[in-house]
Design a protein around this ligand. Structure first.
Ligand SMILES: C[S@@+](CC[C@H](N)C(=O)[O-])C[C@H]1O[C@@H](n2cnc3c(N)ncnc32)[C@H](O)[C@@H]1O
Length: 264
């Protein structure tokens, strides 16, 4: 049986995944349990083993070259061997300097990790031009640098600068975590542990899928990734266990349909 597209299915992702056809998905955005909060769904005794199980089961659903982004805390894939299933291309640091919690006996953790995996050696797509960010270095200095050769693989090559902006790199400090003042926040309950910024999800979707592709969001929450997919001409399949979140997500999808701003 094939699950209907462009719907957020209410239920347990770990069961619903069995209904997804093998090698049918272009991109998986997996923003599930972090194993750090008191939410019932987040009480995972061993988050690394949990993530390994997800990687194993979800990777079977990816097409060759498909990407999987896994969200978590810095230790989310420590000491597990994901290599039989996926290649880890980058560990993106989502830097959140304004986090309010302050450690007293250790350095405050102020970043999440987004593990970028690819099935096979080469990604089906990496749409750099869709995700370029502003250059930080002023134009005059950049032009001066262009005339200076840089060393790569033992050869000399020219540093190329692109007028449309630069690669966002693997430390993302330009996307702020939502606050209770954010226009896009759908409800107070979604603050902190649930809702991710549209800009963050959009960067992943634009980079690693093309229009018409199928994106799986197994932990849809209030539907940020599905809404981004719909807005950018990607198909999606969503799973979410909380019926209230599914309702909020559906309302956001309606906003996209009506070409209204993504905020309720
Ligand atoms: C971090 S939130 C995802 C938020 C989402 N990216 C957004 O921006 O709204 C994780 C979500 O996964 C859901 N969830 C947790 N375990 C689940 C499971 N086994 N099956 C389906 N949904 C689950 C939770 O209810 C929660 O809404």
């Amino acid at each position: 049986m094939t699950l209907q597209r462009n719907i957020i299915h209410l239920g347990d992702a770990l069961q619903l995944i069995n209904e997804v056809e093998d090698e049918s998905i272009d991109l998986i955005v997996c923003d599930g349990p972090y194993g750090v909060t008191d939410n019932e769904w987040d009480r995972i005794p061993n988050i690394q083993e949990y993530n390994l199980d997800l990687i194993k089961r979800f990777s079977a659903k990816l097409k060759d070259g498909g990407a999987l982004y896994l969200f978590g805390k810095p230790n989310c894939i420590d000491f597990i061997d994901y290599r039989p299933y996926l290649n880890l291309k980058s560990k993106i640091v989502w830097y959140q300097p304004s986090r309010l919690a302050q450690g007293r006996v250790n350095y405050t953790n102020n970043y999440d990790i987004i593990c970028y995996f690819v099935k096979g050696s080469r990604p089906r797509c990496y749409n750099l031009d869709s995700i370029r960010v502003a250059q930080l270095v002023e134009l005059e200095h950049r032009l001066r640098c262009e005339r200076v050769p840089s060393v790569k693989n033992g050869k000399y090559g020219k540093t190329k600068f692109n007028g449309k902006g630069k690669n966002p790199g693997d430390v993302w400090g330009d996307i702020k975590q939502l606050t209770y003042k954010s226009k896009e926040l759908v409800c107070r309950e979604a603050l902190n542990t649930i809702q991710k910024p549209i800009k963050l999800m959009e960067r992943l979707v634009l980079a690693s899928s093309n229009p018409g592709d199928l994106v799986l969001d197994p932990f849809s929450g209030v539907g940020t990734c599905p809404a981004v997919c719909k807005r950018n001409g990607r198909d999606f399949t969503g799973f979410e266990i909380n019926v209230e979140f599914v309702k909020l997500a559906n309302a956001r999808l309606k906003c996209v349909e009506a070409q209204l701003p993504l905020g309720i």
